[in-house]
Write a protein that binds this ligand. Sequence first.
Ligand code: PA5
Length: 447
Amino acid sequence: MKSIDLNIQDAVFFAEKQFEANKDRAVEAMSTLENGTGQGADFLGWLHLPSQTPKSLLESINKTAERLRENCEYVVCIGIGGSYLGAKAVISALSDNFSDFYAPAPKNPKILYAGQNISEEYTAELEKLLSGRKFGIIVISKSGTTTEPAIAFRIFKELLEKQAGKDKAKDLIVAITDEKKGALRTLASREGYETYVIPDNVGGRFSVLTPVGLLPIACAGFNILKLVGGAAEMEEATKHPGADNPCETYARLRNALYAAGKKIEILVNYNPKLHFLAEWWKQLYGESEGKDGKGIFPASVDLTTDLHSMGQWIQEGERTIFETVLSVKKPAISRRIPQDAENLDGINYLAGKNIDYVNKMAELGTKIAHVDGGVPVIKIELNALDEETLGQLIYFFEKACGISGYILGVNPFNQPGVEAYKKNMFALLEKPGFEKETQEIKAKINK
Ligand code: PA5
């Protein structure tokens, strides 16, 4: 049933004492999470979401996705942080590496992203790409007031209305936001867009299994029933505290390593399809744990690519790191290395072998080198890159994150620090209501 497997044998001996000392605390943290008795308990809507998502919601999402798929060559997903990273992680993991370079296929629109930066060039170049093409928009903002997606939505809504007409554009725009509050809710009601709700008790970084992630994933042609089903399997498998709960074990071990001086966790993959899974994971752990002057710094590398750039640091730099390796058991496609009569490149000794065999030997060799070099290595093995496995992995990381935050002693479900840049930006942009802050920041700059 479980399609993912956690192996801690190459990490735990680096922090044996701390791991033992964390045992009761980990059980307590797991119970606190399950019983909803900890800090931030009003944001635990994600905890039983997989098993409690009504089939009717998934069917409705699939129906909406079908409409967009039938009418669009491109679907622009507008959102930032938790409002786009989950969808992008799953879509990248399930897509052909080169899908962007094939012409859009009927009923298989390309998913593009906007509102995840404020780059003028990015926005203008995307506008250029979409000019004259059939596209739709999924605009996602829990608060409904975030500046980056608001700017992008204004621009792409204008383009869509110009190209398709205001009435038709209405059918090609879907808004995902709070049930009642926020500018996006007001705008969607006024314009008559179809909407989906981000539940109040699910924070952005835990929202991939809500319509936030599910609608874009369904638009890209992937099976959201299997994704949610996989997550529900992991929910069931991890509902009790104890040493055989992999979420608890991972949370307990990373805190033990942190206590032993390993302050940075690097999520490692050997498959470029997992690059954005790591981006999603970084937000999940970074925003959940980096507070009160504490928290493991979440980083990531794509291997073997980054062994040729970051490999030196990992092998011999400051010994404050540990790794969590995502390893996919078997690739979906087989390609062997050919024999070459001249063998000028000297790699005939590999002829007839699958490329993945070389990748796996690189992974094993790297693990041994890193462990020898003082880097603990946790391994998470995935059966395959498919919807069910990804659903399990997403839920695994989410639950482990909640437990880990409680072991660390922080509220894993708030993000007060994110507001600091916004306050300064609004003050500098002279947003109405920020007059005092504008004066203060100008005085600071001119000092
Ligand atoms: O996890 C979070 O809360 C944040 O990353 C948000 O997802 C991000 O800031 C976007 O916020 P919103 O969905 O309100 O536009």
